[in-house]
Design a protein around this ligand. Structure first.
Ligand code: AHR
Length: 493
């Protein structure tokens, strides 16, 4: 059984916004504290409090945009508690996540410094659930006002002379749930009100993101688009891949059955339907596709690792997570005309993380490697593909594929074989270029076991290798992928 694929190298379908390779870091568990921020006095090597090993690893991902401070945390966060001399900052209880004390040592200045170090855009999520209009408005003034104003003066007293450039601003988070348990009609009105005072100062232009639906709550999208789409630039969508049941047991990150493997793949692919259906509603009010769908929380969500704080959402990460990441990217590519940003939850030590830390040790997860391998797609033009795929478990395609052409004319083809037991054979036609003269190289992430992961004892158990399992045959390529594999091919014409 062969998967037949034709890549039309001369037909482009839109630009893959690099922001779909974005990240999300919340004050949750050990994501910010320990994972990113250790403080300048730490014995762990750091730059102004940010741990160097994590910084170095993240820089290698070319992260385009980073969302902060939450999540549910953002609707309990009062930004003024997190500026000024660190030792004088107010201590609070992070009631949503583990009931631990939050000392506010990582605040606006530290987050902006992190973004500067990562050379990425900040995406700040404001507090609608328990914050005031004035508080949100003053935060934007504090960060972006150039000249004399109460907030700009205060920023300067706190050591930041120039305003920061800030584009992405979220007006609340999950306001149907932890962000205030609101009805869409009520939130739509609040959104209109709050965003009025989220102002553009000087030449800083904000991209305002409204809190969007949970999973398949299409009514939320309908109401928000009808009542407020003219006042927003983006609408968020949250969907997590959970093989089990959110309340009764999500399933283990590492101990799972073959059925759980295929259920996970199926649930990851559900993102396609969600984007299509929310997108159809958005099209009704915004046929020009001016408003971006911003998938600012996605990824796997499993039961926490045994012995860890249930409020910290710490989970391991296997080759299964790598496949889930690859499938999501392909779906985001496919919908690149509507999906303008996506932020995986979360960067370090929480949910589907890139990096896990334990004291001074770190490891890179299989998901990290997919982000690294796929970064070649950032801002490239999506290519049209015709395909006929072998089926897996009856109704799933065995192989998922996406291809793009970058500004230098290089073509990158990413492939995921979701089959946990069989090789995938692909007959790959590159229509529009000569297969005899083009040079092709590849990288693969795979493993023998479906629950293979990187541990602190074996941090390089799953990592990318050179991939050469392709041959030229009568004007096309025959590519053979082992089971459970993510591959990126580079084609230089
Ligand atoms: O990412 C963890 C949590 O999931 C976020 O805080 C919240 O927005 C979502 O429910």
């Amino acid at each position: 059984m062969v998967n037949n694929v034709t890549i039309n190298t001369d037909i482009t379908k839109g630009k893959i916004n690099k922001n779909i390779y974005g990240h999300f870091s919340e004050h949750l568990g050990r994501c910010i504290y320990e994972g990113i921020w250790v403080g300048a006095d730490s014995t762990i090597e750091n730059t102004n409090g940010i741990r160097n090993d994590v910084l170095f690893a993240l820089k290698n991902l070319d992260i385009p945009v980073l969302r902060w401070p939450g999540g549910c945390f953002s609707d309990e966060y009062h930004w003024k508690d997190g500026v000024g001399p660190a030792e004088e900052r107010k201590r609070m209880v992070n009631t949503h996540w583990g009931g631990v004390v939050e000392n506010n040592h990582f605040g606006t200045h530290e987050f902006m410094m992190l973004c500067e170090m990562l050379e990425c855009e900040p995406y700040i999520c404001g507090n609608v659930g328990s914050g005031t209009v004035q508080e949100m408005s003053e935060w934007v003034e504090y960060m972006t006002f150039n000249g004399e104003s109460p907030m700009a003066n205060w920023r300067q007293e706190n050591g930041q002379e120039e305003p920061w450039k800030l584009t992405y601003f979220g007006v609340g988070n999950e306001n149907w749930g932890c962000g205030g348990n609101m009805r869409p009609e009520y939130y739509a009105d609040l959104y209109r009100r709050y965003q009025t005072y989220v102002r553009d100062y000087g030449d800083n232009q904000l991209f305002k993101i409204a809190g969007g639906p949970n999973v398949d709550d299409y009514n939320w999208t309908e109401v928000l688009m009808r009542e407020a789409s003219k006042m927003m630039d983006g609408l968020s969508l949250h969907y997590y891949t959970i093989p089990g049941d959110f309340w009764k047991g999500k399933g283990s990150a590492t101990e799972f059955t073959e059925d759980e493997w295929s259920i996970t793949m199926k649930k990851a692919l559900h993102m396609d339907e969600l984007i299509t259906r929310h997108g159809t509603i958005m099209d009704k009010y915004d046929p020009e596709k001016r408003v971006g769908l911003i998938i600012d929380e996605w990824g796997t969500w499993f039961d926490v690792e045994q012995g860890t704080n249930p409020g910290f959402l710490y989970q391991q990460n296997t080759i299964r997570d790598a496949l889930v990441a690859g499938l999501h990217f392909h779906i985001f590519h496919k919908h690149c005309n509507r999906v303008q940003m996506a932020n995986i939850a979360q960067t370090v030590n929480v949910l589907q993380a890139m990096i896990l830390t334990e004291g001074e040790n770190i490891l890179l997860t299989p998901t990290y490697h997919v982000f690294e391998m796929f970064k070649v797609h950032q801002d490239a033009e999506l290519l049209a593909i015709d395909s006929e795929m072998v089926s897996y478990k009856g109704d799933l395609p065995q192989v998922s594929i996406s291809a793009s052409k970058n500004s230098e004319g290089k073509i990158h083809v990413s492939l995921c074989n979701v089959d946990h037991e069989k090789d995938a054979i692909i007959q790959l036609q590159l229509r529009g270029i000569s297969s005899t003269t083009s040079n092709i190289t590849g990288r693969i992430l795979t493993s023998q076991l479906m629950n293979a992961y990187n541990s602190f004892e074996q941090p390089e158990n799953v990592k990318p290798q050179v991939f050469e399992n392709f041959v030229r045959q009568n004007g096309h390529f025959k590519v053979e992928l082992p089971p459970m594999a993510v591959v990126v091919l580079t084609i230089d014409q």
